[in-house]
Design a protein around this ligand. Sequence first.
Ligand SMILES: [Zn+2]
Length: 434
Amino acid sequence: MFNEEFETLPRPALEALQLKRLQAMLERIYANVPFYKNALDKAGVKPGQITSLADLQRLPFTYKQDMRDSYPYGLFAAKMEDIVRIHASSGTTGKPTVVGYTRKDIETWSELMARSFAAAGVHKGDIIHNSYGYGLFTGGLGAHYGAEKLGASVIPMSGGNTKKQIMIMKDFGSTVLTCTPSYSLFMAEAAVEEDVDFRNLSLRVGIFGAEPWSDSMRKEIEGKLNLSAIDIYGLSEIMGPGVAIECQQAKQGLHIWEDHFIPEIIDPMTGEALPPGVKGELVITTITKEGIPLLRYRTRDITSITFEPCVCGRTHARIARMSGRSDDMLIIRGVNVFPSQIESILMGIEGVEPHYVLIVERKGNLDVLEVQVEVGENLFSDEVKHLQALSHSIEKEIKDMLGVSCKVRLVEPKTIARSEGKAKRVIDNRTMGN
Ligand SMILES: [Zn+2]
């Protein structure tokens, strides 16, 4: 462990620390951020009235829209002269959301990323091939600073130029790969073309995040890249990568660093707290951040939480692997569907490749879902009736498991666009308000 004392704090001590830090954070935002002063006044709560962690539920949520409305620096709680780094997440519509870090925030982030690497089984002496994008996106620099803090050697590759990535990985003896899960599979394909066999590389651990992926995708990646694949979670609004990570010992849920973040799971429709084990939206309060502390931030990510002890000895709660974002949740003829659920089904079928896209159209008043998925070369050259039988059996499986009818179209290898960053899994052609 990178910080054994804090990673194994007994729960009563951990919760006492959370409360103390929460109270200090509330005083800070009430005094320095007009948005929060108004929000707390409106809720009729003064920071001093929060005397237990359960009181958190009396406090208002923060939404992504609040960050957009405060563009660019409206939610900052520190003076601009104390901000040493600015990142932004690309919005699909309009302005990005902007986050600022003080020197202490950067130190905390580096430590939490170092803890995350250590939990994944990475140590000093490892050569970390970092293919997360460097730039406004938090992935690249977040992993980079954590790797240096840990004392490992980091190769700042960033994304793109896949041939070169493979050459460097081979020649430099990279032992750890960090990128999005979809990019790792793209690399696996490119390696085949370059005549490079991952079994001859030194890679031991892969740390994959920035998009939801399934356990079946994990098996696929582990098989193709010959490494142990670990799921990492983070978002720029909260910090960046390293908010939570699976431990190498259990790979059963992601430890969320509770001495810096308070997680809650709520019903996304009503906002009510949900008990451990029940799926809902993850809400995070940052309790140590100085640059842009956020109170009960609605992440839109869907997961559940457990406080059960873990075999690794860490006492921090674990969140389940994300089943998707409530934003990404498709509602097809009234049925809720996450792309990751379809992915799980596809990956369980022999001959089907881990490249797919979901296309939703509205025909008349009816939503129509088409699943395009690639099949292997030898399967594709097979007789038409075999392909038809396969697509029908996938359609049936999706109907049985998810209760939604769809049309499955099997496509040739390499038909579906590859991504060097986050994969685009859904094309929704339904027009709003139609
Ligand atoms: Zn663990």
